[in-house]
Design a protein around this ligand. Structure first.
Ligand code: PEP
Length: 255
């Protein structure tokens, strides 16, 4: 019988396209409050601001255990890709993680799972931890396709030979993002069990130890329940990560 792997949770905030340098005082205050909140938490804490704010946030988070991440990266190191940012550039700016395959990128920029896989590889090449997002739309859910959609996204989005150290999987039902709606704890448990089984089958011990985040309308009021679900090793948080009190309330699920 194999011993159960202990996985340290991660609470990650995705600020999306929010925040200006002009609000750097607020950014600093937010970083301070998050740092305070994370001090006693038994989880890791990550903030993924817009790329323009990475250096400021890195600076504001100095001395705390907050890690900083990017929200997307290009697959290439450099070159003629106007408007894009490489994993190496994010690393250079102070990031240690990067989100890839967020449903807003898949929907707004037509990113395929194959493109997401190339971005995850780029993250690893630069020494960043890739947070690879998967999730079904409401139509797919209503058609009973959730597990098959997730299985297909995982198969094509995750590169060969990934490890529990360089990759995190985030399950984010598209219909739950920013809507205030969440799946039931039972539904989250079913999907996370299926993801764990697929990861174990493909990546063996690494898949068993890989962090699986749940994302989609996580709030202080539902964090304890959602974070208590089997195979949920933390949260990817959008809206509620923009207010220190709300983010603190989620981190508190791990205190
Ligand atoms: C997200 O965009 O990754 C997300 C989970 O958003 P929200 O928490 O606002 O639903």
């Amino acid at each position: 019988m194999t011993a159960k792997v202990k996985i340290k949770a991660l609470v990650a905030g995705n600020w999306k396209m929010n925040g200006l340098k002009a609000s750097s005082k607020e950014v600093k205050t937010l970083a301070k409050l998050i740092a305070k909140a994370s001090k006693k938490a038994k989880c890791d804490v990550l903030v993924c601001p817009p790329a323009t704010l990475i250096p400021a946030l890195k600076d504001a988070a100095k001395g705390s255990k907050i890690a900083i991440g990017g929200q997307d990266c290009h697959a290439n190191v450099s070159g003629a890709h106007t408007g894009d940012i490489s994993a190496e550039m994010l690393k250079d700016a102070g990031a240690t993680y990067v989100i890839v395959g967020h449903s807003e990128r898949r929907a707004d920029h037509g990113e395929t799972s194959e493109a997401v896989c190339a971005k995850a590889l780029a993250a690893h090449r630069a020494g960043l931890i890739a947070i690879v997002c998967v999730g079904e739309t409401e139509t797919q859910r209503d058609a009973g396709e959730t597990l098959s959609v997730i299985a297909a996204q995982l198969a094509a989005s995750l590169p060969k030979g990934i490890t529990a150290k360089n990759t995190i999987v985030a399950y984010e039902p598209v219909w739950a993002i920013g809507t205030g709606r969440t799946p039931t704890a039972d539904d989250v448990a079913k999907v996370h069990a299926a993801i764990r089984a697929a990861l174990k089958k493909r990546f063996k011990a690494e898949g068993e130890a890989m962090r699986l985040l749940y994302g989609g309308s996580v709030k202080a009021s539902n964090a304890v329940e959602l974070m208590g679900v089997a195979n949920v090793n933390g949260a990817l948080v959008g809206g509620a990560s923009l207010k220190a009190a709300d983010f603190d309330g989620i981190i508190a699920a791990y205190r």
